[in-house]
Design a binder for this molecule. Sequence first.
Ligand code: SAM
Length: 290
Amino acid sequence: MGNLTNPTYVSAVLNRFGFTFQKKYGQNFLIDDNILSKIIENADIRSGDVVLEIGPGIGTMTEELSKAASKVIAVEIDTHLIPILEDTLFNHNNVTIINNDILKTDIESIAEEYNEGKPIKVVANLPYYITTPIIMELLEKKLPIESITVMVQKEVASRMMTGPGSKEYGALSLAVAYYTTPEIVCDVPANCFMPKPNVDSAVIKLVTNTECPVKVENEELLFDCIRASFNQRRKTLANGLKNYPKLGLSKEQVTEAIVKANFRQDIRGEVLTLEEFAKLSNCIYEIKNS
Ligand code: SAM
């Protein structure tokens, strides 16, 4: 591994460019060789792969990814990091740096331009302030993505892996279960970063499912039902569904759907499994289309 995990070297680079960390961008740079190798190894990058890196920082992971992959596209929001990346990645001519917000980046066009539209691999040490929106965007937009290997807050990793009965269960858990097969790669203590964050982290790998684990008539409807249920977590499923305008359901239709799905009228959405949400959304689909 390179010098970019060496704190003294990193400080020297940052000082040379007069860079100061921006809290608003969730900047905690990885300074641990061991964890870096684990990420690269588990992301299973092979020659021929096109990799999208979200938030390259000063290029620590980018450098290693570029050695393993055919092409790395690194999307970085912070303009101040661009000259640093151009310097640290000077010798890596298979890296393209894009100065943009990942949530405003057309990932489909990236796959089209660099991989003939075929699935790419996503690898990142994600900025914690927008981890969930980024993951949801990557999953729900049905982008050409083969796998997502990311560092996230430990608590977010547990939310992605959990099921009904846990306080952490929610729309993120269900989206991960529907679209992918998740696996925790390793836990990462806070002292592996510069500056040190207040929380511990974990690396999680999500491999995109070629076939979804449940069959639904309409995916958007499935996720509307899920969002409706967790929007008002402490209320009953019936209330959640009724109070979610996008579903456009009357009180009678909600009652009918719950009866049709064979649930108790006072059930809470947070106890339903993915299979049960699928059943519910298919019942709602039938009612709306009858
Ligand atoms: N990959 C580097 C590493 O591991 O050392 C940096 C990781 S740091 C946790 C997150 C990076 O994401 C920072 O470089 C930050 O500027 C960048 N970032 C934050 N928000 C972003 C966004 N919306 N789009 C793209 N990059 C973003």
